[in-house]
Design a protein around this ligand. Sequence first.
Ligand code: NI
Length: 168
Amino acid sequence: MAEHEHACEHEHPHGPTGDVGCRLSGSASELVRFSVTAPDDLLRRFDEQIARRGDVANRSEAVRDLIRASIAKEQMRTPDEQVIGSLTMIYDHHTGDLTRRLDEVQHDYTDEIVSTMHVHLDHHNCLEILALKGRGERVYELADRLLGLRGVKHGELTCAATEQSLGL
Ligand code: NI
């Protein structure tokens, strides 16, 4: 019989039988094993971070945390609200026709892009910062399209609903 690691979050009160059943939630998830490939130096740095943090036991737990954080971030999206924010990207402008594609996408969102700043960091890398304002749905769509382009090494959207979060 296959052994299943237990996936629920809260403390398990050990019952009289000593089992660690998750009766409180009634919906214990089965753990699923999947494999991920990553560059070795990236994985080494991730392992070093796990060792430093001390609050996660292993790589699996750290990856689960990342997945939860990603889903939580998604849930904070407010597509129907007016939002304001910034998108930061770092990319190598030599990557294929990346600069052309970045341009093409941005030309579809002229109402949402208030201002852009481009910094040539070194021979290869560019930093681009976009100030954004508009309906959440459009702003998130723009960010997803830009950050999804192959060759964008780092990207982050920082965004808040103007009414909900900022009271503007
Ligand atoms: Ni540049």
